[in-house]
Design a protein around this ligand. Sequence first.
Ligand code: HEC
Ligand code: HEC
Length: 350
Amino acid sequence: MNRRSLLAACLGVALVPAAAYSWVSSAAADDETIEVPLGLPPVFWPDDNPYTAEKAELGKLLFFDKRLSSDNSVACASCHDPSKAFGDGAANSRGIGGQRGGRSAPTVINRAYSTLQFWDGRAPTLEEQAKGPIANPIEMTIDKATDLAHSNVIKRLKGVPGYVARFKKVFGTEDFTLDQATQAIATFERTVLSGNSPWDRYQAGDNKAMTPAQVRGMDVFFKKAACDSCHLGFNFTDGSYENVGIGMDRAQPDLGRYLVSHKEEDKGAFKTPTLREVEHTAPYMHDGSLKTLEEVVEHYDKGGIKNPQLNQRIKPLHLSAGEKKDLVEFLKALSGQGWQQVTPPREFPR
Ligand code: HEC
Ligand code: HEC
């Protein structure tokens, strides 16, 4: 099997036609990797967690398996649903026992290109991030202590011969650990990509790839509105934490990055999210408070929500009605391919 069909086999489906992809590989010739859609750089695989197709397949099973929660009711995919572009379409995600947390579930798409995870960047890697929800009492566990939640999940998985066999194959041991489980999950997540959008094809020289409105909206995005002072580069984010005012008009606002850094200027700052697939990930912002892309554009046009830490680049834009429409159309030109092939596993290890 070549790498392409390996990946296809691992994801259980046919990939988008080859012509849509440019083959890119930074890994040494004998290292396995995956191909990425047009417009994206190669996926970077950590030295201590290299890609293998079997590991990604195991990670996919774990990602979709409700047995990762104490009462078998919630999987990662419950809040990061492939049919909702790996978000959950809700302002607050519903976890174990129907409880709701305070933040909106970001998409898992293109997370391969960031190290820090969560709206406030509190997890240093995808591997570490995955440990969070498993031990979070409003997401996946009824156990009060983190260690207990983690050891209980591993105990449960070790009771499933199908998983024991798969872990043995991937990691060479039946006595697997939480670290190995989250390595597998992170490997799967790094295969969930979005590129080859109308924007990427336009960039690659296909002048017809975007509509005239999208081309006009591109100008508004990069010039008049300077959205790219934060949403920049191939993934439309510089990974910085910024205060654009969301939620700062509440009595007790979520202070975001400040809760991690304890720096005054980080109050109300959240991670600049990717804009790829944004057409499919409503509602928007860390609290899901903006329901449509039109509302997002209005938010920026009026200069955000005033507060002492508001980023200085957020100020009234005075866009015309036409410019606002075009800007929304441009955001839709960032919908691409590389994640639609992921469908829930037909069966789970027994
Ligand atoms: C109950 C819903 C829920 C479940 C279950 C859940 N998540 Fe999340 N996920 C969220 C929310 C909400 C956030 C944002 C939290 C924050 O930033 O504080 C998040 C954040 C993330 C992020 C960071 C994305 C970013 O842009 O920084 C990743 C990656 C992720 N989750 C993967 C997973 C994995 C893997 C699992 C299973 C082990 C999982 N999630 C289970 C709701 C959920
Ligand atoms: C100063 C940096 C900055 C600038 C300039 C900026 N953004 Fe943002 N953007 C952010 C941050 C930070 C968030 C997340 C804020 C939050 O959740 O509190 C965000 C969120 C968004 C979201 C929601 C994405 C999601 O998944 O929820 C969209 C859409 C968006 N911005 C579009 C734009 C557009 C269009 C412009 C130009 C008019 C723009 N941004 C200018 C930093 C910026």
